[in-house]
Design a protein around this ligand. Structure first.
Ligand code: B3K
Ligand code: ZN
Length: 881
């Protein structure tokens, strides 16, 4: 539904939650899929809910305005216009008995559904996306997660065009009609909310495997894709089997149906969807092949397959009572998939990647106009709340419970949660209550993590008393005001701490452990360590034990010391980050003052040591030597000085490259092995270090390294190496070679849609002048499709997020371009439009000149009229003040 400029869409509040007036016993659906229309017949058995306060309550059904209602009948009696009322997105039927069956026939046009919500077509294939509120685009229904029902679906379609017809659960019957159509009937034995319904109809191929659960249940596993992608499914299949085993071993959770299916589709708003027994995946999160997929792509496939699979318990068997509880399933499931990926690969590297994302993007969200708690208190459009806060910070909140309770008690808590609430729709309070019950702890203060927005800040100082051999850590916490919440109560912050002696060894703490989890609960609190024989250097917030910004007045020497000695791998990396951030922040100030830039040799020395240490894990070396990103430096800045951040980062990178050139060349050569491609952790680590070395070498702008990059580009047998070389060449000053490799790459990969996305992204992020014109030209290229979210993300989102100088061009052209895209997408695909708005919503963080230009574009979007709820909500929150 689009809103006119004057009409205010309504705000929905958590505090207004009421149980549904009716429960559903059974939902039978019949779809007739055709080229011009789809007819949907639903037959739903309703029972008045004894828990509902009002026994006279009408039945309130949700239905999108585009639904064409063809017939409505109750227990076989057709209703006339007078028997019901349709208003906005709702249909109300009063005067109903306590039990009845409602039949409803709607006509929809999936072929014209560009929002990619409900039933739509992706490349000639019918598919669905019903979370959060897509089912109401299919039929009239109580489209809310606390209405759970048994589903049976019959799909009828032309057999030749749509030989494969899938839905949730088990296939129970199938047949053919005389007119070339066939039909398949599916039954799902588990009650579920409508958001987990799925349907697929298309000309698909599949790979098949089998899995036997720990209790001996046999499960058929099928992954479907277009014929041309059949050779890219094996990795996802293996990831699925690993996930199934892992969930049995770590959480005691078995799969519960006879079949588990995944379908790959190219037009998809998100990464993937956990529909019961029938996951639907964005091709980018399921297809993987060494020739077309980079290492990070393999890891993403593994992580997303696991995430969606884990939802079968954390989301499907136990679901959310209402959408404010979204993090109940998302935060917990992200935590589960991050544990899984940590177990499958390097745990420290996984942690570094997760924390980098959190600090860069979630902290920025907390500091922006859309700041909200992990459990939001209100929303206009729920699609706007599939955020880093709900997912990633939500994961951190569950991780803190794990840290506070310990792995064993946490597992007891998750067992209790699953047992107690199996088949129910519950709240984050229920989740925490299970953890409280098994641990005997009072979790009321902890629950503030769910209800308060903003990133807490913790300031720490240390004090050593040699006489009493006592070391004291003084901590202070605060949380900045956010637009939705002015003042905050102190949080319960688990701070994992170790103390290092001057030799770099961990000092044993009380109980003989070397890491202790301190619980900071007050605004100010001190923690005393007894029997500390020498003044220690503290290692704080080990493993990033809480999603906070922690400050301790370390000297640069101390940070170098921690980089070298901390027994906590995450903190070794973090010390390197803090060292680089400190040095770069000073240089940013120097740049602003017009002073000459001089790099503190401490950074180069520290990098040199790490690079020369052959004992270190290569992946860690690559992470340590990766400079803080422009996005992270922006998040840290009081006022974002685009030019200073860009210039300083370049300066530091180039200085390191020039000073450590010989070492980088050696590292490159040592790691440039001829082994066949494998996506295992050790090989990924080797490639990441090799390509990092190549990046520094290319920064010297020497012809010989261009030749090295070209050689790698030509000889690579895998996409990781060829894309790394491509990116470095395209982003370099060697424009002739850049254009040659770009052409070559396109010629070679033009039929691989996902590879073409990478080709678009490399150009969109090219920092050289004129990027906007190149992006605009690419929009006209046959490889681009403005209706496909993956193409939009690769070209437009990457340009706005990863091409700082060009997007923030002081002539305002980048902002104008983005606003133009949003105005078009607002009508076509509101979810994508609203997501694209993010960079402009940060306008207050920039100096006056840029912020005025950004704000003007937001206002222009607002006055373009007919705004979707999605765009309206983000715009109105961004334009306050
Ligand atoms: N649960 C889905 C999210 C779909 C949201 C659509 N607006 C993906 C996931 O988190 O697993
Ligand atoms: Zn999820």
């Amino acid at each position: 539904m689009n809103q006119s400029a004057t009409e205010q869409p309504s705000v929905i509040y958590l505090k207004d939650y009421e149980v549904p007036a009716f429960r559903v016993e059974q939902t039978e659906l019949r779809f007739e899929l055709e080229e011009e229309q789809t007819l949907v017949r639903s037959q739903v058995r309703y029972v008045r809910n004894p828990d509902s306060a009002n026994r006279q309550h009408p039945l309130v059904l949700d239905g999108h305005e585009a639904l064409e209602l063809q017939r409505l009948s109750i227990d076989g009696e057709v209703l006339s216009d007078k028997d019901y009322r349709r208003s906005g997105e709702q249909l109300l039927i009063p005067n109903l008995p306590d039990h009845f069956t409602l039949e409803c026939i709607t006509r929809i046009e999936p072929q014209n559904n560009t929002a990619l919500e409900g039933l739509y077509k992706s490349d000639g294939m019918f598919c669905t996306q019903c979370e959060a509120e897509g089912f109401r685009r299919i039929t009239f229904y109580q489209d809310r997660p606390d209405v759970m029902a048994l589903f049976e679906s019959t799909i009828v379609a032309d057999k030749q065009r749509y030989p494969v017809l899938l839905s949730n659960g088990n296939m129970v019957d199938a047949g053919e009609e005389d007119d070339g159509r066939h039909w398949v009937k599916w039954q799902d034995p588990f009650p579920k909310p409508a958001y987990l319904f799925a349907l697929v109809g298309g000309d698909l191929q599949f790979i098949e495997d089998r899995y036997t659960t720990s209790s001996g249940r046999h499960v058929v596993l099928k992954i479907f894709a277009e014929a041309k992608d059949l050779d890219k499914l094996e990795y996802a299949m293996n990831s699925l089997k690993h996930s199934m085993r892992w969930d049995e071993q770590v959480y005691g959770r078995e799969y519960d149906l006879d079949i588990f299916m995944i379908v790959a589709v190219d037009f998809f708003n998100m990464g993937a969807m956990e529909n019961k027994g029938l996951n639907i995946f964005n091709t980018s999160c399921v297809l993987a092949h060494p020739e077309t997929t980079v290492d990070a792509g393999f890891q993403r496939v593994e992580g997303v397959v696991a995430h969606e699979y884990f939802h079968n318990w954390s989301g499907n068997r136990v679901t959310c009572r209402d959408w404010f509880q979204l993090s109940l399933k998302e935060g917990f499931t992200v935590f589960r998939d991050s544990q899984f990926s940590a177990d499958m690969n390097s745990a420290t590297v996984k942690r570094i990647e997760d924390v980098t994302l959190l600090r860069t993007a979630q902290f920025a969200e907390d500091a922006g106009p859309m700041a909200h708690p992990v459990r939001p208190a209100s929303f206009i459009e729920i699609s706007n709340f599939y955020t880093l806060t709900v997912y990633e910070k939500g994961c951190e909140v569950v991780r803190m419970l794990h840290t506070l309770l310990g792995a064993q008690t946490f597992r007891k808590g998750s067992d209790l949660y699953f047992d107690r609430h199996d088949g129910q729709a519950v709240t984050t309070d229920d989740f925490v209550q299970a953890m409280a019950d098994v641990s005997g702890r009072d979790m009321s203060r902890f629950k503030l993590w769910y209800s308060q927005s903003g990133t807490p800040q913790v300031s720490v100082t240390g004090e050593y008393d040699a006489q009493s051999q006592r070391y004291t850590l003084h901590m202070q916490q605060s949380c900045p005001a956010t637009p939705d919440m002015a003042t905050k109560q102190p949080f319960l912050i688990p701070v994992a701490v170790g103390l290092l002696d001057p030799g770099g060894e961990d000092i044993p703490l009380q109980g003989g452990e070397t890491t202790e989890v301190l619980e900071l609960i007050a605004t100010e609190q001190s923690f005393v360590f007894e029997n500390i024989p020498v003044e220690p250097i503290p290692s704080l917030l080990r493993g990033f034990s809480a999603p906070v910004k922690l400050k301790f007045p370390y000297s640069r020497e101390q940070l170098v010391f921690l980089m070298q000695h901390d027994s906590d791998g995450f903190n070794r990396w973090d010390a390197a980050q803090q060292l680089a951030v400190g040095i770069m922040s000073e240089l940013i100030a120097d740049h602003q003052q017009g002073r000459e830039l001089i790099l503190d040799p401490a950074l180069v020395d520290a990098y040199q040591q790490v690079l020369s240490d052959t004992e270190l894990d290569r992946a860690m070396v690559a992470k340590v030597l990766t400079l803080p990103s422009e996005a992270y430096l922006s998040e840290l800045a009081e006022v974002i000085d685009v030019d200073a951040i860009y210039r300083v980062r370049r300066f530091v990178r180039d200085s390191i490259a020039n000073q450590l050139e010989t070492l980088f060349l050696r590292v490159y050569q040592d790691n440039n092995t001829a082994e066949p491609y494998s996506p295992d952790a050790a090989s990924v680590a080797r490639r990441s270090l090799k390509n990092l070395a190549l990046a520094y070498l290319m920064a010297t702008e020497k012809q010989e390294y261009l030749q090295l990059a070209l050689q790698q580009y030509r000889q690579a047998d895998n996409m990781t190496d060829s894309q790394a070389a491509l990116t470095l060449i395209v982003h370099s000053g060697f424009v002739q070679q850049a254009s040659e490799v770009l052409d070559d790459f396109y010629q070679r990969w033009q039929n691989e849609s996902l590879v073409v996305n990478q080709w678009l992204a490399v150009q969109a992020s090219d920092p050289k002048e004129g990027a906007l014109a190149r992006v605009q030209a690419l929009q006209q290229h046959p490889a681009y499709d403005g209706a496909n979210p993956n193409k939009i993300r690769s070209l437009i989102s990457i340009f706005c997020a990863q091409n700082m100088l060009n997007f923030h061009n002081t002539d305002g052209s980048g902002y104008r371009f983005l606003a133009d895209q949003i105005i078009v997408l607002n009508k076509q695909n509101p979810q994508i439009a609203s997501r694209l708005l993010t960079p402009l919503t940060r306008w207050k963080r920039y100096p006056q000149e840029r912020s005025a230009l950004m704000k003007a574009e937001l206002e222009r979007i607002r006055s373009s009229g007919d705004l979707s709820r999605d765009v309206f909500e983000v715009l109105s929150k961004s334009l306050v003040g």
